[in-house]
Design a protein around this ligand. Structure first.
Ligand code: GLY
Ligand code: MN
Ligand code: MN
Length: 462
């Protein structure tokens, strides 16, 4: 938790951005795995963490714009809880830690909201993503759960996105802590990637590293020799000499700020020339992104520039052909990179995605493309100093997608399907760093994980 003034200031800034009414920020509750008492690790709602800082289930925060008050709603633990859980702080004491002096039993939340509803005041709430908060909102506001998201406050969403997009120095510090644990996870994976090792052993080791710092992983680890499957959560294979292993993993700190890195390396520690050729293109696209990312530049343009690097590299290998700009305009690169270049990162690994991707990554100037591949870009708008986002280009050889495009003659002016046929078992390569936008450029967060083929081979063989 940060100093209380951080939360006081954030709520003050929010109050200046929302014209009138009541802002309701629901915290999360415990979530059962297979019976009530056996719960998943508790994960607080990120907006609640941002404005109220408390990492405890069963709380709600209310910011009254006209009255200028902040209130917390929650129930103190009773003796039965304390027998099982140990001593617990009182709500009043928790409130003081984040500068909220007005604290109330949870049942009074409905009294407060009912009064506001009777007075015809606007209640701003965020789109719920968990069933229990959906049902709670239905009960509190009398709006049917099936349509409740459509009543969430766009004014509040936009206000929060504008605040959370620009990271404060204390937030960058927390992200860098998560990056340094992420570094350890990835270097460990490189060293463990020997023929005969099991994917699940390495995945387990990475999770263990995060846990040993009191952290968790920021999303389910992707660790697979089938790197061409973008979000592959299967870890059942045995490592085979020479195959590429793609590891996309990050840490989430005690404060819940995230890191998100991907490295791809050859089992056994030596790239073949064919692997190095493709790898070098992805690395060039990653480096091009870091070179171009700066305030005022739309990330959409950077995505396109990275796509152009990929097209030019694949053309030099004879896999693609024709004019590179035209190939990118026609979306031909998306056969190899069907995802976006990156996303915002912060308290969520895909920051603020619960508020709606388009509110986070798009604005009045830049709207989402409808073209296959480019339409998957999560972050497209102009960069600003203080944004933290990922730089994650990739090249994948996805047999089913290649087969589909080939048989439907998609973009055949730009793709040499004959040459491509020798890459069907290649797999996929993604290289992902986390960037902080600075005054006139960007900075790679954390100590950069080995990334050149030479650095990777040296780390794997050390
Ligand atoms: N963790 C998936 C991604 O890189 O966005
Ligand atoms: Mn990732
Ligand atoms: Mn990512």
């Amino acid at each position: 938790m940060f100093d209380k003034q951080i939360y006081v200031d954030r709520r003050l800034k929010l109050r200046k951005k929302v014209k009138s009414g009541i802002v309701l920020i629901l915290g999360n509750t415990e979530s059962p795995i297979n019976y009530q008492g056996n719960t998943y690790n508790f994960r607080q709602d990120s907006n609640f963490l941002y404005f109220f800082g408390l990492d405890t289930p069963g709380l709600a925060g209310v910011i009254d714009i006209e009255e200028g008050t902040d209130c917390l709603y929650g129930d103190d633990f009773d003796i039965d809880d304390i027998i099982w859980m140990g001593p617990q702080p009182k709500l009043k004491d928790m409130g003081e830690k984040v500068g909220v002096l007005s604290t109330h039993p949870f049942r009074e939340l409905s009294t407060t909201l009912n009064r506001a509803i009777r007075q015809g005041r606007k209640i701003h709430f965020l789109p719920p993503y968990r069933a229990d908060n959906t049902l709670l909102l239905e009960k509190l506001l009398g709006i049917n759960q099936t349509i409740i998201k459509t009543y969430s406050s766009i004014e509040l969403i936009k206000a929060i996105v504008s605040l959370r997009s620009v990271k404060e120095p204390c937030e960058v510090e927390e992200i860098e802590k998560a990056c340094s644990v992420g570094y350890k996870m990835h270097v460990t994976a490189m060293k463990m990637a020997k023929p005969g090792a099991l994917e699940r052993e390495i995945a387990g080791e990475l999770e263990g590293i995060a846990h040993s710092f009191g952290y968790m992983t920021s999303f389910p680890t992707i660790l697979s020799q089938h790197g061409e499957t973008l979000h592959n959560h299967d870890h059942s294979l045995t490592l085979e000499e020479g195959r590429l292993l793609l590891v996309d993993a990050g840490a989430e700190g005690i404060s819940h700020y995230a890191s998100d890195f991907t490295r791809t390396f050859p089992v056994g520690g030596h790239f073949s020339q064919k692997q190095k050729d493709i790898y070098s293109i992805v690395l060039a696209a990653n480096n091009k992104t870091a070179e171009l990312a700066k305030p005022g530049v739309p990330y959409f343009n950077v995505h396109k520039a990275a796509a152009r690097v990929i097209v030019e590299g694949l053309s030099a290998l004879g896999i693609m052909k024709g004019n590179s700009d035209e190939a990118v305009e026609n979306g031909a690169h998306a056969l190899f990179m069907p995802h976006g270049l990156g996303h915002m990162m912060g308290l969520d690994v895909h920051d603020m995605e619960d508020l709606g991707e388009d509110f986070v990554g798009y604005d009045d100037e830049i709207s989402r493309s409808e073209q296959f591949g480019t339409s998957s870009l999560r972050m497209a708008r102009k960069l600003q100093k203080g944004f933290v986002l990922t730089n994650e280009p990739g090249i994948y050889f996805i047999p089913a997608l290649i087969e589909k495009w080939k048989s439907e003659k998609i973009n055949q002016a730009f793709i040499n399907y004959d040459v491509l046929s020798s890459y069907l078992t290649f797999g996929g390569i993604r290289l992902e760093d986390d960037l902080l936008i600075t005054d006139n450029g960007c900075r790679i967060l954390g100590h950069r994980i080995p990334i050149t083929p030479e650095e990777v081979e040296k780390t794997m063989n050390s």
